[in-house]
Design a binder for this molecule. Structure first.
Ligand SMILES: *Cc1c(COP(=O)(O)O)cnc(C)c1O
Length: 400
């Protein structure tokens, strides 16, 4: 089975580049150059060096002893939460800023919902001394103040988007408009394995460092050649495909992607695209998509801002279709419980997104000697107010 993108940007029936004609030259320039740059020894040296000395890679693969005892199996955590800026997103932005420089770009644009990708982009722009403009819906700006302040401190210009629902989708449209108007000096950094070809493939390759490290770390820490399971959460799907990438052809490794069910997949308040969606076009590619009968994209819902996306990367739609990856989902409440479980057992506060992957551990029947790798995509500092609210709620319920 071939899991790679084809030369037209397709994974089976999914992917492609459905873009306005005006955007074609920008995308073509990237498409014609990205593989060449990724394989250039100079690029490889600079990327590897920054991953090591700036991001802090390799991230540890940690044996979670008390959590393992609880689930009666062997659980290892891939600690992307320990990266600089606190999540896996920096792997991608470091790679893309180096590509932008090699394409002679001096101006970087990005869109952000929760602000995590905006912060990761503003960070590498400060690092490289490039101008940074981040489009963000007005509603999201109000909801995500700490990240907005961080971006500003890093020197980015945060542009409020007032159109539509004033959230992520509208910010994306604004970023696309900007790119069309500034095709020569500007690179658009997309934050997940979404968007028109070549973005899904480019971001997957940059994030594949996660499973590249797992390959030798699993041997080191577990003694087994391969893990039995690799589990990761999916919003757009970049930490998941990064975690799966080098195991795709090892068919004995079970790959598990966990979506956000929100309040439940049948409630209408969900972000579980594989259950609630059908093929459609979003953000320039054909993929599974939550939409109404007329094909209009519907509002997703999840307690976790990073998983609150109505589509999913086209590679995941394909891996789902050919049954290479098992897709599951967990609700807001299950994710919250799992975040507290990890915190109390291991002293690690995970991001709410990562807590979805952790919660799914309770839904798989493991054997005692299974080696289970879970990617902790980010740390939970940003989710503290949500966690504390939940804790207070539970405490008051217990006192009644
Ligand atoms: C953004 C984010 C995600 C979701 O994005 P993917 O592209 O699906 O990985 C997951 N975890 C954290 C911590 C994030 O910030």
């Amino acid at each position: 089975m071939n899991y790679n993108v084809d030369e037209n940007g397709y994974y089976g029936e999914f992917g492609g580049a459905f873009i306005p004609e005006m955007m074609y030259p920008n995308v073509k320039e990237l498409k014609d150059n990205y593989i060449k740059i990724l394989n250039d020894p100079d690029f490889i040296d600079e990327f590897r060096s920054l991953l090591k000395h700036y991001v802090g890679r390799p991230s540890p693969l940690y044996f979670a002893k008390r959590l393992s005892a609880y689930y009666n199996t062997k659980i290892f955590l891939k600690r992307e939460d320990l990266n600089h800026t606190g999540a896996h997103k920096i792997n991608n932005t470091v790679g893309q800023i180096l590509i932008a420089k090699r394409l002679g770009k001096t101006r970087i644009i990005a869109e952000t919902g929760a602000g995590q990708h905006g912060v990761a982009t503003a960070t590498v722009c400060a690092l490289m001394g490039l101008k940074c403009i981040v489009y963000m819906g007005e509603v999201d700006i109000a909801r995500q103040e700490p990240n907005v302040l961080r971006m500003k401190m890093l020197g980015a210009e945060v542009v409020p988007v007032l159109s539509g629902n004033r959230t992520l989708k509208d910010a994306t449209n604004e970023a696309i408009r900007d790119w069309i108007s500034n095709p020569i000096d500007t690179h658009y950094i997309i934050g997940s394995v979404v968007g028109p070809h070549p973005y899904p493939d480019l971001v997957a390759r940059l994030q594949s460092v996660i499973s590249e490290e797992m390959k030798y770390q699993v041997k080191e820490v577990s003694g087994k050649e391969n893990p039995d399971y690799v589990v990761a959460c999916v919003g757009g799907g970049s930490n998941a495909i990064g975690s799966f990438f080098h195991y795709l052809n090892d068919e004995d490794v079970k790959l598990v992607a966990v979506e956000a069910a929100g309040k439940g997949v049948l409630t209408g308040e969900t972000a579980a695209t594989m259950v609630a969606g059908r093929p459609g076009i979003i953000h320039g590619s054909r993929t599974m998509l939550m939409q109404d009968a007329d094909g209009q994209i519907t509002e997703p819902y999840s307690i976790s801002a990073g998983l609150d996306y109505p589509g999913i990367g086209p590679v995941h739609s394909f891996l789902h279709k050919v049954n290479r990856v098992i897709f599951g989902n967990v609700t807001d409440d299950e994710a919250l419980e799992a975040a507290f479980l990890l915190t109390r057992f291991e002293g690690i506060v995970p991001a709410l997104e990562s807590a979805h992957a952790l919660a799914y551990l309770g839904k798989i029947k493991f054997r005692e000697d299974d080696v289970v790798v879970v990617t902790v995509s980010g740390r939970g500092d940003k989710d503290m107010s949500t966690y504390i609210k939940y804790m207070d709620l539970k405490d008051s319920a217990n006192n009644e």
